[in-house]
Write a protein that binds this ligand. Structure first.
Ligand code: SAH
Length: 556
């Protein structure tokens, strides 16, 4: 729901016809095909999520025109000129994810994205692509009127925040989890307000819960588009009757369910599984404080279902690692977490690093460096209040970054669900540029004595030499911390020869990237800055054809 097609199926083909085009596709993280563009697109049209076609827009239009069907199922099509200057979102802008794909490709190539979808251009929210919502009905009429300066009237059967203000109509957006008759100029906008609780016996058929649920939702006048979560007892979480409902599953142990007060407890169930209710208790629990049971327990031969309505959105905090710099080293999970976020919080530089992923409905909170506690506290408070928050960090969020603070502070903020999304850390990026200096046992040590006493850092450096580990030194030097690297070098030199290979990588994968190969004896601290990482070899590290290598022992 609300995800782009590219992230749903995740297959993008980059097709080139010229040598210049081939060089462009080689810079993209997609399956690259060189050769007959028209035949390739025809053959793969229904299998993939998106195409990046390296050719003139006119050629791309002629090739895809006969294949176009429904914008809900067609793949995204993006064309890129042979010089890689412009990436054009050709069709499938919203539903197909082509606008996202065009911006992603532009980020990777450093080209200009060309997005002509009227709502994107005018800053009108894309109703059919609002993260977390499902829009049905006369989206085209509402969007047209909105673009003409007449925002829809927002009506609601549900008190649920939406990321736009609305206006006077005459078109309408109805925020609801109910089934609604279609009408001209009306869009039903459904948030994930409903939680389905499922109980099942071990022999329940895959469709046992689905059939019960459909009938019950129909009688209650509720829409399946509003189902955000399925909840059950832990031992049933992987059962087909539960997973067949096609939504994320929350599972609880019997003793946790047993503590929930429900209208229809069963002594038989209590005797069998240790809780008097599974479906009702799981639904109410997963739906959070203030939830209301809107469908009481429905009992079939092998399954039970119940439906609860959340009182407010479930917020969350994702601590997202953006990687070292360039978008090609950002993971797909990081991209998805940022796109799904209502709020993106981070230090200026990191917010800029993911600017290509921010939508018109994303709230951006730029926080100054040094305000780490405030930054994490704000992320957690917003998460607890119902926002989906992405707190962005460079590299990996668990390496000298914000993941620890978020985990430490979360309980004091009502403990919203916290997810840590890993990233490529500076040491990995630097090592890759240098060769393979960290290929055997190694350590990461930060030389920042801002939060750690220098004596502790010295002790760790001596332990590194004692253990003969290669080491990546983070935060090696800044305008204020000028002597630490020199001291660290002397400590390492006590036990390692002056010829030990050293690599200094500054701004890895960013504009201004610089790699210096030197030795412990020749290391000149003035060539190192706060955006450098310094990699020092162990006793076995050598330089092979300009690359630093710490052998794993295959050749000895
Ligand atoms: N979480 C980050 C580290 C943040 S601490 C990660 O996993 O990479 C900040 C330090 O990381 C900087 O002082 C520098 O030593 C290093 N660093 C971060 N990005 C870098 C890059 N692109 N190139 C070189 N060093 C980098």
């Amino acid at each position: 729901m609300g995800e782009s097609v590219t992230s749903r199926r995740g297959r993008v083909l980059a097709v080139s016809v010229t040598e210049a085009g081939r060089r462009i596709t080689a810079r993209l993280p997609y399956v690259a095909i060189h050769g007959d563009l028209a035949a390739t697109v025809r053959a793969r049209w229904s299998e993939v999520d998106g195409f990046v076609l390296c050719c003139a827009t006119g050629i791309a239009v002629r090739v895809v025109a006969p294949l176009l069907g429904d914008k809900g199922t067609d793949p995204a099509v993006v064309s890129v000129d042979d010089a890689g200057a412009f990436t054009v979102s050709l069709c499938g802008g919203h539903a197909g994810g082509a606008n996202h794909l065009a911006r992603e490709v532009a980020g990777l190539l450093g080209s200009t994205p060309v997005v002509t979808t009227a709502t994107d251009v005018a800053g009108v929210p894309p109703l059919d692509a609002l993260p977390g919502f499902v829009a049905t009905g006369d989206v085209a009429a509402v969007a047209r009127a909105w673009l003409d300066g007449r925002p829809p009237l927002v009506e609601r059967t549900l008190d649920w925040p939406v990321p736009f203000a609305g206006g006077e109509g005459p078109t309408r957006v109805l925020v609801t989890d109910r089934a609604v008759d279609a009408a001209a100029g009306l869009v039903a906008l459904r948030p994930p307000s409903l939680v389905v609780g499922v109980g099942a016996s071990s022999d329940a058929a895959p469709d046992a819960a689905a059939a019960l649920l459909d009938a019950a939702m129909g009688r209650a006048g509720l829409s399946g588009d509003a189902i955000g979560t399925v909840a059950t007892i832990d031992r049933r979480a992987g059962d087909a009757a539960v997973t067949a409902l096609g939504r994320p599953v929350r599972a609880f142990p019997a003793e946790v369910l047993a503590a929930v007060e429900v209208p229809n407890p069963s002594t038989i169930v209590a005797a069998e599984v240790g809780t008097a209710s599974v479906a009702e208790a799981a639904a109410l629990l997963a739906a959070g404080p203030g939830a209301e049971l809107v469908v009481a327990k429905q009992k079939g031969a092998t399954a039970t279902v119940a439906v609860a309505r959340r009182a407010r959105p479930e917020g969350s905090v994702a601590v997202v690692g953006l990687g070292p710099g360039h978008p090609r080293h950002r993971t797909a999970a990081a991209t998805a977490a940022i796109r799904a976020a209502d709020v993106v919080i981070g230090y200026d530089r990191y917010v800029d690093q993911c600017a290509d992923l921010l939508g018109s409905a994303t709230t951006v909170v730029r926080s100054p460096i040094g305000a780490e506690i405030d930054r994490c506290a704000e992320a957690l408070a917003r998460g607890a209040a119902g926002d989906r928050v992405a707190l962005v960090c460079s590299g990996d969020p668990g390496v000298f970054a914000m993941a620890t603070l978020v985990c430490e502070l979360a309980p004091g903020h009502g403990a919203p669900p916290v997810e840590v999304v890993p990233g490529v850390t500076a040491a990995s990026a630097a090592a890759a540029l240098l060769g393979a200096p960290l290929a055997h046992d190694h350590a990461l040590v930060s030389l920042s004595d801002h939060l750690t006493p220098w004596e502790a850092i010295e002790r760790r450096l001596r332990a590194v030499t004692e253990a003969d580990l290669a080491v990546a030194l983070y935060n090696p030097r800044s305008s204020r911390r000028t002597w630490q690297l020199e001291t660290a070098r002397s400590i390492l030199l006590e036990a390692r020869p002056a010829t030990t290979p050293v690599g200094i990588v500054t701004e890895a994968t960013r504009a201004g990237e610089q790699t210096v190969l030197t030795t412990l004896g020749d290391l000149d601290p003035s060539t190192v800055g706060m955006l450098s990482v310094v990699v020092v070899g162990s006793s076995t590290t050598t330089v092979v054809d300009g690359r630093i290598v710490t052998p794993r022992g295959y050749l000895t």
